[in-house]
Design a protein around this ligand. Sequence first.
Ligand SMILES: [Fe+2]
Length: 264
Amino acid sequence: MIKIARSWPVGSPLASNTVPGMRSALDTPQGAAELAESLLSQLGNRWLHTQAVAARAQEAAAAVPQADRDLLVAAAWLHDIGYAPEVRDTGFHPLDGARHLERLGAPARLVRLVAHHSGAAYDAEQRGLSAEPAVHEREDSPVLDALIFADMTTGPAGQSFDFGVRIDEFLVRCEPGSEAHTAISKARPYLGAAVDRTQRRIAAVTSLPPSQRAVIDGSGWWPPTLFAVEHQDAELLARLLDAGADPDEGNGAPPPDARAGHGR
Ligand SMILES: [Fe+2]
């Protein structure tokens, strides 16, 4: 039997908000892409990077519960809007982006994901801003992991990079001893663990035939190992574990019935 380890929120209990003049809510891929394009499309490589991170997040969507897949892709579109001149305030882009989304009435989970994307707390500590991201509680979840994966495997001009290459490339651009250099060096184990967890989730889910994935998605159980345990399917469980699934993951998550009514 899999033992209880941790749980995380599935789906947002908060209403989706649509910004006047936009067709879709900010926590949908369409709405997020519209806002990102309006803020970043003139910023050259930043826009190329953003589009590639969103595409990478879409590819990694199997690593999060079905109810959270739109939120993941929306967060990927919006994670770097704090670099936009109209949004820049403190100069710390995760915080500036999160505050802008709050002003627009974005759902709280989306705000928190942007505030904490890619180890922002490590950067904040170096800048003496530790109290700022802490205002937004960090959700340690498959969604944040997958957002880190998408950002940390995409280069500054949208290149597809392995995690190690991405970090090394970043360090080369920073002055040794600088705030950014120190922050990314300290964050490296945290970021690498999130990337690894996401890759294991993707490997486990994609080891299954599409029809079985659809059944599991439709069941509301997450991760698929819990579905296997609940349905006493030893063959499925063995297959998932062979493919890399974490046997401790997701235990303690409520059953699908208990989550009813918490969808977006
Ligand atoms: Fe980024």
